[in-house]
Write a protein that binds this ligand. Structure first.
Ligand code: ASP
Length: 195
């Protein structure tokens, strides 16, 4: 965004740009991942399992002394996805959304469902309208569940932060937890969930 007039680059053009900018092309496949993938190929069944480590989004929201908010999320996406599949993490408003006037939200879980409800944007807009971060997270998860009759088969978790530093979180299923770090404490919190 700082070096081109665009917001998002993809595919071959993104690769060419990254190489032009001096980044190195690396193979990130580890021996263990290759073994697991070859085992998966025996059945080739695409069925993400809830709360099993087949996804790896790290979502972060931060606020400083001036009340300025920043957010980030990073993922390699769900395991064993189709070549070319785009998840929710890179799509602004889906996996992550921050409006420094209001707050931020970040999601993990089955990206397809997050994209369909534009869940992070929804949570931030609800905070803009006066919802607390906790209420906003619940509204976003409720929306995903309303839109997908198969919600029992997948997990989505969301965390949110507002300008006052208040936080919230919610998930479809239990066992979604997140860390809250302040100058006073560093705690792991079990999120509330719909089920
Ligand atoms: N949200 C990610 C995706 O669908 C998966 C994850 O939570 O790691 O690509």
């Amino acid at each position: 965004m700082e070096d081109t007039p665009h917001v998002m680059m993809a595919g071959e053009g993104a690769l060419a740009l990254a190489l032009d900018m001096g980044m190195e092309k690396e193979n990130l496949l580890t021996e263990d991942s290759e073994k697991a993938w070859k085992k998966w190929l025996e059945k080739s069944q695409y069925k993400p399992i809830i709360n099993i480590e087949n996804h790896d989004t790290i979502g972060l929201l931060a606020i400083d002394d001036n009340g300025d908010i920043a957010g980030a999320c990073t993922t390699s996406g769900l395991a064993y996805k189709m070549n070319g599949r785009v998840g929710d993490s890179p799509i602004i408003g889906s996996g992550l959304y921050v409006d420094n006037a209001v707050g931020g939200a970040v999601c993990t879980g089955l990206g397809e469902e997050v994209i369909k409800s534009v869940a992070s944007f929804l949570a931030v807009e609800k905070m803009r309208d006066g919802a607390s971060p906790q209420e906003a997270c619940q509204i976003a998860i409720d929306r995903i569940m309303e839109k997908s009759p198969h919600y029992k088969d997948f997990q989505v978790g969301i965390i949110a932060l507002n300008k006052s530093g208040e936080i919230g979180s919610y998930a479809i299923h239990p066992y979604f937890n997140y860390a809250h770090h302040t100058v006073q404490e560093n705690v792991l919190i079990d999120s509330k969930s719909a089920l």
